[in-house]
Design a protein around this ligand. Structure first.
Ligand code: ADP
Ligand code: MG
Length: 293
């Protein structure tokens, strides 16, 4: 029994299917979080989603992805316990709401950090474990999406966690992520949070990994403006705004490079939107230029 190895500590949040609790390992003292999921209220589709989340988590290891340790089935409690890395810096939604409350803007440096580290996590998801390193001089070819690729599909401030006094960014909550297999290149289920949802997902078109880039663009936009790029009173109005893809100007206090990247991510046509690879490559070229100046 894994659960007998841990002391249960306080509850830190309630998710859609259960509780997220801090736990301490009895001998090592290590602090983890335990997602306690009761499956009695789940339908078959949701159970399947849980099984796929567990499979994804087991295989995804990366310094910028919330680390998964193990899971345990407790049939007598009709629960599944998932043990994960505890992110003591909370999530980005909290950071944004704190800055908003204090009427302060988020330092540009921090926004770049979130951009770069989330891209590194997405590169691991989209191109798999054996993806080639991005060539710093910009002549490499975009890697093919392999059988093991994962689309997160629910990138939003609540799913981007922080540790190490905010210096390290960790992508988490793969509840809606879905394996992209070579047999099934496009997932066609309607999921995601409307504010950050890409137009192709919204209109139920086939979609690919760049839907995560759209959502990342929306998150970065919100970090600059302290509000999401698309807002509306009704779901229908929100949909039409997202489909048009017209965003209010970003605050002038941010650099034109940052603003340009965010605008590129929020490109309505997925074929014209940069991939994770494109963004990393253009970023590395920018960094080299800066070094040489
Ligand atoms: P759901 O997505 O179903 O709403 P979450 O898994 O996102 O549920 O968890 C709910 C709460 O627990 C949120 O407040 C979230 O910030 C917190 N939380 C989830 N995972 C972690 C973690 N690894 N470290 C710290 N806090 C977490
Ligand atoms: Mg969540």
């Amino acid at each position: 029994m894994i659960s007998s190895e841990y002391d249960a500590l306080e509850i830190i949040g309630k998710g859609s299917f259960g509780t997220v609790r801090k736990v301490r390992h009895k001998t090592t003292g290590e602090i983890l979080v335990r997602k306690e999921i009761e499956y009695t209220s789940m339908n078959d589709h949701e159970k399947q989603q849980l099984v796929s989340e567990l499979r994804i988590l087991r295989e995804l290891t990366h310094p910028n992805i919330v680390k998964y340790y193990h899971d345990e089935h407790l049939p007598e409690r009709k629960s599944i316990h998932i043990y994960m890395e505890y992110c003591d810096g909370g999530d980005l939604a909290k950071v944004i709401s704190n800055f908003k409350k204090n009427k302060e803007s988020i330092p540009e440096e921090f926004i770049w950090q979130v951009l770069v580290q989330t891209l590194l996590a997405l590169y691991r998801c989209h191109y798999g474990q054996d993806a080639p390193k991005v060539n710093l001089f910009g002549s490499s070819k975009s890697p093919n999406v392999k059988g093991e690729a994962v689309i997160h599909r629910d990138i939003k401030p609540d799913n981007i966690f922080l540790i190490n006094s905010g210096k390290t960014v960790k992508l988490g909550d793969f509840g809606l992520a879905k394996m992209l297999t070579s047999k099934n290149d496009f997932a066609k289920t309607y999921v995601g949070t409307p504010y950050y949802m890409s137009p192709e997902v919204l209109i139920d078109n086939p979609y690919s990994a760049v839907c995560d880039i759209w959502s990342l663009g929306c998150v970065l936009y919100e970090m600059c403006s302290l509000q999401p790029p698309f807002q509306a009173k009704t779901h229908l109005q929100l949909q039409s705004k997202i489909k048009l893809g017209v965003i209010p100007d970003l605050p002038d206090t941010y650099s034109s490079q940052l603003k340009m990247i965010i605008k590129e991510c929020i490109t309505v046509d997925p074929d014209l939107r940069p991939s994770c690879f494109d963004l990393m490559e253009s970023l590395s070229i920018r960094f080299i230029r800066k070094e040489m100046e």
